[in-house]
Design a protein around this ligand. Structure first.
Ligand SMILES: NC(=O)c1ccc[n+]([C@@H]2O[C@H](COP(=O)([O-])OP(=O)(O)OC[C@H]3O[C@@H](n4cnc5c(N)ncnc54)[C@H](OP(=O)(O)O)[C@@H]3O)[C@@H](O)[C@H]2O)c1
Length: 259
């Protein structure tokens, strides 16, 4: 009993509200589930309604509080509409997780302005706009947690990084700018940095067993990442326990980046 009270004081998300973009698939879905099971009321935002509804049904069937908003985060109007619809479910969020992301991977010489614009809009501008919408309110209330999901490609080029790597590098800088602005008011801003994770984003690569094995061999743990590997780190960064951790990039990559 004593240990449960201690763990709750550190990690419980009871009475917190979380907004998770990309919360209907892969890493975002695992993170949304983890925050909800740790006690938060969670709103997941993405485009496809079937996946959104399935995610929320699974969570509510397990006794969690969850809701979904369908929106295209690739446009400024879409982001604004998503934010306003999201707060109607459980109120202003205490925790914002930006996991929605796309990786279109054209070779650099064929990278069109369209691909550049779309990639930067979803991966970098949407997190910026959501931060502008929710960060000041978090600061005013004296508690907030902003968590971005970036990539090893924020740190090095890997399989035609192109616009994607640029967007993720920018996202890590955004986290530091947000941390500088809002940490004095109880709002921490950090990024979780995946290596190679078996999710729908990587379906093409994941279907090539030789490549999958070669990538696993580059880690220290000897395997590629799974979406659930992000659950504990996300709960930590969303909780009171991480109050003194801000502006950081935390690698959840089985040691890939240091091998
Ligand atoms: N998997 C990896 O190996 C890996 C490695 C490094 C970094 N990451 C990063 O981790 C994050 C999650 O990736 P994942 O692997 O979990 O990918 P995923 O399974 O493909 O999930 C991506 C999520 O983003 C949503 N999304 C995409 N475009 C959107 C848009 N325009 N508007 C709203 N929602 C949109 C998708 O839903 P809809 O399609 O329904 O909109 C989905 O919920 C991404 O930021 C990715 O860059 C992943």
């Amino acid at each position: 009993m004593i240990s449960q009270a201690y763990l709750s004081q550190l990690f419980s998300l009871e009475n917190r509200v979380a907004l998770v973009t990309g919360g209907s698939s892969g890493i975002g879905r695992a993170v949304a589930g983890a925050l909800a099971r740790a006690g938060a009321s969670v709103v997941v935002v993405a485009r496809k309604e079937t996946e959104l509804a399935a995610t929320v049904d699974e969570l509510t069937a397990g006794g969690c509080r969850a809701a979904w908003v369908s929106a295209d985060l690739g446009t400024r109007d879409g982001v604004r509409a998503a934010a306003e619809e999201a707060v109607r479910a459980f109120g202003e969020p205490d925790i914002l997780v930006n996991s929605a992301g796309i990786n279109l991977r054209p070779p650099m010489g064929e990278l069109t302005e369209d691909v550049w614009d779309t990639t930067l809009a979803v991966n970098l501008e949407a997190p910026f706009l959501l931060g502008q919408r929710f960060g000041p309110g978090m600061a005013e209330r004296g508690f907030g947690r902003i968590i971005h999901i970036t990539s090893q490609q924020a740190h090095r080029a890997f399989v035609q990084s192109g616009a994607y790597g640029v967007s993720k590098g920018g996202l890590e800088s955004l986290a530091r700018s947000q941390a500088e602005a809002w940490s004095p008011y109880g709002v921490t801003c950090n990024t979780l940095v995946p290596g190679f994770v078996m999710t729908p984003l990587n379906a093409r690569l994941a279907n090539d067993p030789e490549k999958v094995e070669a990538l696993a061999a580059r880690t220290m743990t000897g395997r590629n990442g799974l979406a659930e590997d992000f659950e504990g780190a996300a709960v930590f960064l969303a909780s009171r326990a991480s109050a003194y951790v801000t502006g950081q990039s935390i690698f959840v990559d089985g040691g890939l980046s240091v091998h």
